[in-house]
Design a protein around this ligand. Sequence first.
Ligand code: 3PG
Length: 212
Amino acid sequence: MPTIDPTLAWAFARRIVPVVVIDDDATALPLADALLAGDLPVAEVTLRTPAALASIAAMATREDLLVGAGTVLNVAQASAAMDAGARFLVSPGLSRDVVVAARERGVPVIPGAVTPTEIMAALDLGLGLLKFFPASVYGGAAALTALGSVFRGVSFVPTGGVSAANLADYLAVPSVAAVGGSWMVPTSAIDSGDFDTITHLCATAVAQAAQN
Ligand code: 3PG
């Protein structure tokens, strides 16, 4: 069974991956500082805004933070994100071409898979760490528990609807390596420059996760 890339294992040690939407790349470095102050040295910058690639490039200058790209839908986006400095890629679904493109450059990739058939396709590609999205819609922690009993050795990163209120439920599932989410990095706080709130939310999430 595949193992988790050591780089990801380091960054995911806190078992929380902040999923960020950045509207203005000028906020990328202050956001990096806020994440680090909250003890979350990782950021998944979603490719949903025009500012995403410049934000990844800015954050990639911080050696103490692992920046990745999220919402990677195709090879062109994967290449652009890796060119910008993304050190891991996350996709909502499973694209063989994206997986191959990432591997060619030695960049770990976490594609999405929610059904047994999708998980088997991911296993065929040698993948052992999968995004489970949108987690709350596809059965939440109960679904992950059921899948984990069949797909032993596969680890999941549920995202979509994960929050401070249900974080413990997800982290209690043995197959859950980490959870992803935006609850500790609200776009409104990023846009308004309220980085103290982000640091507080991150620190709270890290403390919560440490109890599980
Ligand atoms: C993702 O890209 O993983 C999700 O948009 C994050 O979902 P959330 O905003 O519900 O945390």
